[in-house]
Design a binder for this molecule. Structure first.
Ligand code: ZN
Length: 428
C-alpha cells in the first residue's frame, strides 16, 4: 500500500436499522450522527442471508458471500454427519481485509465472529461468540491492560431474564469498558485501519424493542440513552480523526418488532418432512430414516440427501420435487391470515463459490414480525418468549463521511464494504 493512502475508521453498530438511526439523528438523540449524515453519504444497506451477525460480519470483513467464505450460520452440520458444529474464525475461508497485502497496521475491536484471535499486523480483540478472553486477544501482552479496564466481550444476556434493570446496568458496564479499550488503543497504536464495533445495540433491541416503540415505557429513556452515549463516542472519534481520514459507519442487519416465533423444524415434522427416532429429540443424531429435510437456526433448510448424510433418503432425481413440495408448504404457512414466509431462497440464487455444496438448500426470509427459529425441541409451531425485537434483512445502514456517491452502489450490501474501503483508501 502506498504510504499516502488514506487511513480508514470503521464504526459498527450491530443490528442498528437504517430507519432507527435516521429517526434518532433527526430527533436529537444522535446529533453527531446527524451531522455526518448531512455531510456524507447515508444509505439503506442489505444484510446477508440469513441476516445474522456471524454471516453478515464475515461478509463485511472479507467481501465474500457464504459460498466463498464458508460461514453459513452460528452452527453447521458437517457433511456425512448429523453432528451440530460451531464454526469460528478458524473456519473462515477468506482472509479479512486486515490480512490483505499492504493493508498496514490495524486495530480491530469487538468484530463478531473473530474468535479465536489470530495473528495480524496490529491488535485484535474478538467479539462474540468468544468463550475465553485470553484466547480473544492478540497480542496477549494486551491482556493485563484489558483486565485492568474491566474489559468484557459481551453483556450477560442471562441478566435480562432476571431483571431488565440488571441487564441495563451490565450493558452500560460493558460499553464503558469498551470505550476505555478504544481510547487506549487509538492513542497507543500507529494504525492505518481502526475498527470498533458496538454489540450492545443488538442486545438492547432484542430485549427492549417494545420500550423504544412506547414512549411511556419505563425503559424508553434507557434505550435512547444507550444510543446517545454511542453517538457521543462517534463525536469524539470524528474530532480525533485527521482531515483526510475516511469514516465508514455501518450495521450488519436491521431490526423490527417481533410478534411471533415460528418453529421451522416443528413445521417440517408436522408436514412429514422430518422424522425423529424419539420425541422429543435430543440432537440432530436422532434424525430417522424417511426424513427428507431438516433445518438449522435461524431458518436454513437442508435436504437429507442420499450420500450426503448418514440416513439420507432423498435421491438426486427426487431433489427437485421435494424442493417444490417444501416451497409450496412453506408458502402456505399462515398465522391469523398473515403469510409467515416472505421469500424462499434457493441456494444457487443467493450463494456462489467453492463452498456451495455445504450450503443449506433453502434459506427462508420471514414476513414482518415473524421470527424464524429452528430448535429441535419445540412443541408448538408459534411461540413467544422474552424477546420483543428481531433481525431484519433489508434495512441495515451505511454511512460514509465523504460525499463519495461515486464509489457507493445505489443499493449497497454487506458484500460491498471491502470494495468501498479499497476505493476510499486511494481516493484523492
Ligand atoms: Zn441479534
Amino acid at each position: 500500500m502506498a504510504q499516502n493512502s488514506k487511513r480508514i475508521v470503521l464504526i459498527g453498530l450491530d443490528g442498528m436499522p437504517y430507519q432507527l438511526i435516521r429517526d434518532l439523528a433527526e430527533n436529537g438523540v444522535m446529533p453527531h450522527t446527524k451531522s455526518l449524515i448531512k455531510s456524507g453519504v447515508f444509505k439503506q444497506m442489505e444484510s446477508s442471508i440469513p441476516e445474522i451477525s456471524s454471516v453478515a460480519w464475515s461478509s463485511i470483513i472479507t467481501g465474500g458471500n457464504p459460498g466463498q467464505h464458508g460461514i453459513f450460520g452460528f452452527t453447521d452440520v458437517p457433511i456425512h454427519t448429523y453432528r451440530l458444529s460451531f464454526p469460528n474464525f478458524n473456519d473462515l475461508l477468506m482472509p479479512p481485509f486486515w490480512k490483505h497485502k499492504g493493508s498496514g497496521r490495524s486495530v480491530i475491536i469487538n468484530v463478531p465472529f473473530t474468535y479465536p484471535a489470530a495473528r495480524l499486523n496490529g491488535v485484535l480483540i474478538a467479539g462474540f461468540v468468544a468463550l475465553d478472553l485470553r484466547r480473544a486477544v492478540y497480542p496477549t501482552s494486551l491482556l493485563p491492560v484489558l483486565d485492568e479496564m474491566g474489559y468484557r466481550i459481551d453483556v450477560d444476556a442471562n441478566k435480562a431474564h432476571q431483571s431488565i434493570d440488571l441487564f441495563l446496568k451490565d450493558l452500560d458496564r460493558t460499553l464503558q469498558a469498551r470505550i476505555r479499550a478504544y481510547r487506549y488503543l487509538w492513542d497507543k497504536e500507529d494504525w492505518r485501519t481502526f475498527m470498533l464495533v458496538f454489540t450492545g445495540t443488538d442486545r438492547l433491541a432484542h430485549f427492549l424493542w417494545h420500550a423504544y416503540e412506547d414512549k411511556q415505557h419505563k425503559h424508553h429513556a434507557a434505550f435512547l440513552n444507550h444510543l446517545h452515549q454511542i453517538d457521543e463516542i462517534i463525536g469524539e472519534i470524528t474530532q480525533k480523526m485527521d482531515e483526510t481520514d475516511a469514516l465508514i459507519m455501518l450495521s450488519d442487519h436491521g431490526f423490527e418488532r417481533l410478534e411471533n416465533d415460528v418453529q421451522i423444524n416443528f413445521f417440517l415434522s408436522q408436514e412429514g418432512f422430518l422424522r425423529f427416532k424419539r420425541t422429543p429429540p435430543q440432537s440432530l443424531a436422532d434424525i430417522d430414516y424417511g426424513t427428507t429435510a431438516f433445518a438449522l437456526e435461524p431458518a436454513r433448510i437442508y435436504l437429507n440427501l442420499e450420500g450426503k448424510y448418514p440416513r439420507g433418503s432423498v435421491k438426486p432425481e427426487n431433489k427437485k420435487s421435494i424442493l417444490n413440495k417444501l416451497e409450496a408448504g412453506l408458502k402456505s404457512l399462515e398465522i391469523n391470515g398473515k403469510k409467515v414466509i416472505e421469500r424462499i431462497c434457493r441456494k444457487e440464487e443467493i450463494y456462489e463459490g467453492p463452498q456451495l455444496d455445504r450450503a443449506p438448500d433453502l434459506v427462508l426470509l420471514s414476513s414482518k414480525g415473524f421470527n424464524l427459529k429452528s430448535g429441535l425441541k419445540a412443541t408448538r409451531l408459534f411461540e413467544k418468549d422474552i424477546f420483543t425485537g428481531k433481525h431484519s434483512q433489508k434495512d441495515a445502514f451505511l454511512l460514509i463521511n465523504k460525499p463519495a456517491t461515486d464509489i457507493i452502489q445505489e443499493r449497497p450490501s454487506v458484500y460491498d464494504i471491502v470494495g468501498i474501503m479499497n476505493k476510499l483508501r486511494n481516493k484523492r
